[in-house]
Design a protein around this ligand. Structure first.
Ligand code: THU
Length: 160
């Protein structure tokens, strides 16, 4: 029997060491947390996208008394961008949270559903989306594509 191994690469940077454009979307994601409607989880998430037309589109998590109806910040931003700018590609996506455990900031990565939706956007335009994970300690995890954290993704071509 064979064993399949895979590797991922994430860069860990201080927000001030990012390019200016990257800092702008990371800060926009952090600012977007303020618009979260997260009265059940009290866990605010913000997301910001940079599109190839130069627009920045933001989103935040939106919860509901029927818990499963909640929509994550990433998908709020992606679907808004896809609707408002149907011909634009997403170049960069930032997600910001503030989550501490035992006094230590821990990074919060996109949920599986959001990874799948981000992957669809990459495949739709045949371009990789740089993803930035931002915590409140100003440490940023950067990856060149969502595929770094979604190996073996289910995709459109699997349906053919
Ligand atoms: N949440 C996001 O907004 N993005 C994620 O990638 C993970 C989870 C939100 C959904 C819900 O409002 C809260 O975080 C707790 O699950």
């Amino acid at each position: 029997m064979a064993i399949v191994k895979f590797e991922s690469e994430l860069e860990v940077l201080h927000i001030n060491d990012l390019d200016l454009e990257d800092q702008v979307i990371c800060k926009a994601a952090t600012k977007a947390m303020k618009n979260a409607y997260a009265i059940y989880s009290n866990f605010q998430v913000g997301s910001a996208l940079l599109l190839d037309n130069g627009e920045i589109v933001t989103g935040s998590n939106q919860e509901n008394a029927v818990y499963p109806l909640t929509l994550c910040a990433e998908r709020v931003a992606i679907f808004a961008a896809s609707h408002q700018y149907p011909n634009a590609s997403i170049l960069k996506l930032a997600v910001a949270t503030s989550h501490e455990e035992k006094g230590e900031e821990i990074p919060v990565f996109p949920c599986g559903s959001c990874r799948q939706v981000i992957n669809e956007q990459e495949d739709r335009r045949s371009n990789s989306i740089e993803v930035f994970i931002v915590g409140s300690d100003e440490k940023v995890y950067k990856m060149a594509s969502i595929k770094a954290i979604l190996p073996f993704a289910f995709k459109k071509s699997d349906l053919k």
